[in-house]
Design a protein around this ligand. Structure first.
Ligand SMILES: [Zn+2]
Ligand SMILES: [Zn+2]
Length: 282
């Protein structure tokens, strides 16, 4: 009976469905939906390939709300222009990234964001934050709704204090685990490219990610995804084995994403935790 309307309101839960359509140096795209707003974070495969991968989860590109772009490297933008034009999709992209990406072509709609300034797409609060990477204006993101928060940081050479602060208290973390340092050093890449990957504006190694996750792990963390693995300088089993000690035997699933297949659909849900509500305003 009237246990109180407010307790019902309080109990209202948010939920996210998230899958990595592809992840790696040949193309990246993450589908994130709260059931009302359906985003693609990057679209680094061809438009056709993205349509096909969405279809494997019973999803249609025509049901997308918008595309959000992290930076201009081709493994993140290949399908952005095509999908925007084909489905009339708005694209959220920083002005500097758009200038650096002429190959995107004409967009059905473009909305410019500034790294560090949160914005809203329908029901989702998006907070872009600066990452250290060799692109014009690269961004990581948190995506939040009703206290539930997804944190995404791929393509970064180092995890700065700002990155760690933004990713704090995320319910789902999608983190780069690009390479194993030994495999990179012993591998076939020319020395300058090895230097670039290892440098401050390159990519996180498995060891870097273990360290980052050790700091970020908290009681409400529901799921971790390792992303942007190099096919040449990493191995999914090795990445898992290296990073998993950061979870300290906690019962938190860890998914290793891949280049050639969609990840499973990851569902996280939960209500607002009064003490931990993450408003988008900070
Ligand atoms: Zn990049
Ligand atoms: Zn990339």
């Amino acid at each position: 009976m009237p246990l109180s309307a407010s307790s019902v309101t309080e109990a209202a839960t948010a939920a996210f469905n998230v899958c990595l359509l592809a992840s790696g140096s040949k193309g990246n795209s993450i589908y994130i939906s709260d059931g009302t707003t359906n985003l693609l974070l990057d679209a680094g495969l061809s438009g056709k390939a993205i349509e096909n991968r969405l279809a494997r989860h019973g999803l249609a590109a025509g049901d997308l709300t918008a595309i959000v772009v992290s930076h201009e490297h081709s493994d993140h933008i290949r399908g952005v222009g095509v999908l925007s034009r084909r489905y009339g999709l708005p694209v959220y992209i920083s002005a500097a990234t758009l200038r650096a990406a002429p190959q995107i072509g004409k967009l059905a709609q473009s909305h410019s964001f500034s790294v560090g300034t949160p914005f809203t797409i329908h029901t989702l609060q998006i907070h872009p934050f600066a990452i250290s990477h060799d692109a014009a204006d690269p961004a990581g993101f948190t995506i939040a709704n009703n206290g539930l928060k997804v944190g995404v940081a791929t393509d970064l050479g180092i995890a700065t204090a700002m990155v760690r602060e933004r990713l704090r208290a995320a319910d789902l973390l999608i983190l780069e685990a690009n390479h194993d340092v030994q495999m990179l050093y012993n591998g076939p890449y020319p020395w300058p490219l090895k230097q670039r990957i290892k440098g401050r504006t390159g990519h996180l190694s498995n060891e870097d990610t273990r360290q980052l996750l050790t700091e970020l792990k908290h009681d409400r963390l529901r799921h971790v995804v390792l992303a942007h693995l190099s096919e040449t300088n990493n191995d999914p089993g090795l990445a898992r084995e290296t990073v998993v000690p950061a979870l300290d035997n906690a019962d938190i699933p860890l998914t290793v994403s891949g280049q050639d297949r969609c990840s499973a659909m990851i569902r996280i849900e939960g209500g607002r935790h009064a003490a931990h509500g993450d408003s988008s305003g900070s």
